[in-house]
Write a new protein. Structure first.
Length: 502
């Protein structure tokens, strides 16, 4: 057990059995840091590895000119030092010695994180900070929240802290908009495996932030991020780094804090459309409600089983329905102060042509489910073509889609901008026949949610007329016909009974 009273000092207590480690974190009146020694090992010019508890130090050959004693101390109380804003300790607090040595080559410090301290929602990043005196911290490593360790490289020892850093909402999607269809690192421009390059800064303006660069990961090393003005590599990713992690790094690299999140009214996500007998309105916020109306008023039913009538003769507005939704369906606006679009699984998609003219659509980084989604479509110039759906590089199915919509039709998880309460992605219509474009004379109308719905099913309808023409239609679930109706193609979501879309 030790008591820290200076970066380096160590004193022996009156008893020869007790050693006091004197390792201060500041020149201020900060409370001494109480530590315990967990590892001690001599390392010379040949290099070596020192492990103690959750910490591993790798010293390369040539980093030292003479033998030094490497010591790892762990703080008794890991919360004994104030961390950077919007972070929390994600493991122990460690002091590495000696701190008066400058290594000639970077030393790798790996810290295993406490799984119970990681964010369950996958947002933000794991970050490794080096204390530089007082409450000053410098980021030396970063990884996505699914990682079990966080790694940093340094030429100096001191105080180290693994943390869980929060996402910075106002910087979302500022990086992946700059992802480029770049050649592989070796300069080649052929081969379908060539993936997007990356060259971006978050935030895009200001003196401080994070810079992420890289080219195709198939030639590695792939994508790297560092703080503006620093040569310390925070993290290296085999795929485009998760957008949520980039925003966390941006803030910890000194980017301005975001303003408070805006608040939103009790938005039910009301969607209305004309039907053959009047109009239909449905809500997206749970519990959902469906209202069918006409000149005589509206009849509504809740997914909780209740039913009620409204006297409205025109289409409903959100305000018309809120009170009845609360009273009859048991709805609550307690969570109305959060942005319904703020939560998403994937950071959006990128679309580009590979050198062979094949159209590629892929998620702009690893998604929060720790998977990477990709669609490869035949050259089609905007026409409906055959596309291969890929999950982590493995083909899962083949679909028919215009390339820009391939990600949705393949069933990529929800991306930013899609409501968290909707049951299916938004509805899209397209020509029925493969190879047609929307400008060609139609031979029929195909309408479907743009991807697999939350219940795991893919809904569609095929009609023989234009989008707004009453014609013969078949409703399908997972490709199987469930019913045949005469209706407008655009009425299929209601008439076929699909879950709600936005």
């Amino acid at each position: 057990m030790g008591i820290a009273r200076g970066w380096l000092g160590r004193a022996l207590a009156a008893s020869a059995l007790v050693m006091l480690a004197c390792i201060s974190c500041s020149t201020s009146a900060e409370e001494p840091l109480v530590t315990r020694e967990i590892a001690r090992q001599d390392v010379g010019p040949a290099g070596g590895t020192v492990t103690g508890g959750a910490v591993t130090i790798e010293i390369p050959e040539g980093a030292l000119t003479e033998t030094k004693t490497i010591v790892i101390h762990e703080a008794v109380d890991p919360t004994a030092r104030k961390l950077p804003a919007d972070t929390q300790i994600a493991g122990g607090l460690y002091v590495l010695e000696p701190d008066d040595v400058t290594f000639l080559k970077p030393v790798t410090v790996t810290v295993r994180v406490d799984e119970s301290k990681k964010r369950a929602d996958g947002k933000g990043a794991l970050m490794l900070f080096r204390g530089t005196g007082g409450n000053a911290w410098t980021p030396y490593g970063a990884d996505e929240t699914t990682a079990s360790t966080v790694v940093g490289k340094t030429t100096h020892f001191s105080l180290w802290a693994p943390t869980a850093a929060d996402e910075t909402y106002c910087y979302l999607n500022q990086c992946h908009g700059f992802a480029l269809a770049a050649p592989s690192r070796d300069g080649s421009t052929t081969g379908a495996e060539t993936l997007p390059g990356l060259d971006c800064r978050v935030p895009q303006v200001g003196e401080k932030g994070v810079v992420c660069k890289g080219t195709a990961p198939d030639k590695g090393p792939p994508y790297e991020c560092h703080c503006e003005g620093s040569d310390v590599t925070l993290g290296t990713w085999a795929r485009l780094p998760p957008d949520t992690a980039v925003t966390a790094m941006a803030q910890q690299c000194g980017a301005p804090a975001c303003p408070p999140k805006p608040t939103f009214a009790c938005d039910l996500g009301l969607t209305c459309s004309d039907s053959t007998n009047g109009w239909t309105c449905s809500s997206l916020r749970e519990p959902r409600v469906l209202c069918n109306g006409g000149a005589g008023g509206a009849s509504c039913s809740c997914t909780t089983g209740q039913a009620f009538d409204l006297p409205n003769t025109n289409k409903l507005t959100n305000d018309d329905l809120v009170a009845a939704w609360q009273a009859s369906c048991g709805g609550s606006c307690e969570n109305a102060g959060t942005d319904p679009n703020a939560d998403f699984v994937c950071p959006g998609t990128l679309g580009y042509l590979d050198p062979a003219g094949q159209c590629i659509v892929e998620t702009a980084g690893t998604c929060r489910d720790n998977h990477f989604y990709r669609a490869e479509c035949e050259p089609g110039d905007g026409k409906v073509v055959s596309c291969k759906c890929m999950l982590d590089g493995v083909e899962t199915k083949t679909v028919k889609a215009a390339c820009p919509a391939a990600g949705f039709v393949c069933g990529f998880p929800r991306s930013q901008g899609q409501s968290t309460t909707q049951q299916c992605p938004f509805v899209m219509t397209s020509p029925l026949v493969e190879g047609q474009t929307p400008q060609d004379p139609p031979t029929g109308c195909l309408i479907q949610p743009a991807g697999t719905c939350r219940d795991g099913h893919l809904y569609s309808a095929e009609c023989q007329g234009y989008e707004n023409e009453v014609a013969s239609c078949t409703c399908k679930v997972d490709g199987k016909v469930t019913k045949s109706l005469t209706m407008k193609c655009v009425d299929a979501p209601t008439e076929c009974g699909w879950p709600s879309s936005k």
